[in-house]
Write a protein that binds this ligand. Structure first.
Ligand code: AVJ
Length: 321
């Protein structure tokens, strides 16, 4: 693994922050959440009572792993977009390695340290060979190793795709599809929209938990800009806000300026009106129909959809056509 990309990160953060904060409405992209502290806070979010996505997806993997690999009818090599520390992936890797004796796993992530943690935590799986790839799967070209007589199963799980607007989500899947051949597969995990058994209130609580971990996660973006760019954000002058946007079927996170204030950022002074927000995240919520349409538009056809009984989360297996 290489850390050669690190020196450019500072420049990217500055450029991203300036371009997001010098326009109206203000926004910062969610990738800025995931510095070391932010990644730690996200891990804490996944264990919160209000945030069921991670637990539900893991339970779906546990319940259906054998069915998933049986449906593929062939040995596979597993590729994962945005693998991170791959904590949930272990369930799937275990099942696949047990079926086929040996398994090549190709996690792709922008964070070399996360991939090192993945490597360490998966070391116990018998027959597993890990080939990590440090890359940003959105902006960088990436490579998938194809083994003889083996299908590729791509994983894009954790509702990661939910952070992207429909056009971008579709582009991510189309780029992935270009790496695949007909008969290869995609396993996509997405959070579902509110419905008869999933209230908007439940969703709001998942993004504004009682312990304040999500608030800390959101505000950490300002801490990061203070540290890395020597910006002058006063954390007490901003509040965490979570909103359900029904028209767009998405949760939104914002940081609301509690007063009129100006904040120094590099050579710019950024003015905030009282009540003005920085939009930091969209988290799109899907229906089975919107999901199938997204997949079909990118060259995949849905073969199996697994969800929990309350229909809060879905894991979809799709074939490249
Ligand atoms: C990692 C993008 C799936 O959108 O639910 C958790 C990130 N944001 N709490 C999500 C997140 C607020 C998470 N994803």
């Amino acid at each position: 693994m290489t850390t050669a990309t690190l020196p450019t990160v500072h420049g990217a953060v500055l450029q991203t922050a300036l371009s997001g904060l010098t326009v109206t409405p203000k926004s910062l992209p969610p990738w800025l959440f995931y510095d070391e502290r932010g990644s730690e806070l996200f891990e804490q979010i996944t264990a919160l009572p209000e945030y069921s996505l991670t637990r539900t997806e893991r339970a779906l993997f546990t319940a259906h792993a054998d069915e998933i690999f049986a449906a593929l009818q062939s040995p596979v090599t597993i590729v994962e977009l945005g693998a991170g520390t791959a904590t949930k992936t272990g369930v799937l890797l275990h099942a696949a390695a047990a079926r086929q004796g040996d398994l090549l796993y190709q996690p792709i992530d922008v964070s070399a340290s996360a991939l090192e943690a993945a490597d360490a935590s998966l070391a116990g799986i018998h027959g597993l060979r890990i080939q990590p790839h440090v890359a940003n799967y959105i902006t960088d070209p990436y490579v998938i190793t194809r083994q003889q007589d083996t299908k590729i199963l791509a994983l894009y799980i954790g509702s990661s795709i939910g952070n992207f607007a429909p056009a971008e989500a579709s582009a991510i899947l189309r780029t992935l599809r270009e790496h695949l051949l007909p008969g290869d597969a995609l396993l996509l995990g997405v959070d579902l929209a509110p419905g008869p058994q999933k209230s908007v209130a439940t969703l709001l609580a998942a993004y504004d938990d009682a312990a304040g971990v999500t608030a800390a996660f959101n505000k950490n973006i300002l801490t990061r800009l203070n540290r890395e760019l020597d910006a002058g954000f006063n954390l007490d002058a901003f509040a965490h806000r979570a909103r359900w946007n029904a028209a767009e079927s998405r949760m939104e996170m914002h940081l609301e300026s509690l007063t009129a204030q100006t904040v120094q950022l590099a050579d710019r002074r950024i003015a905030f009106a009282a009540g003005e927000t920085i939009h930091t995240e969209n988290s799109y919520k899907f229906s089975t129909d919107s999901l199938s349409a997204l997949l079909a538009g990118a060259g995949f056809s849905t073969t199996h959809t697994f969800h929990d009984s309350a229909q809060t989360f879905a894991v979809t297996l799709a074939t490249a056509v």
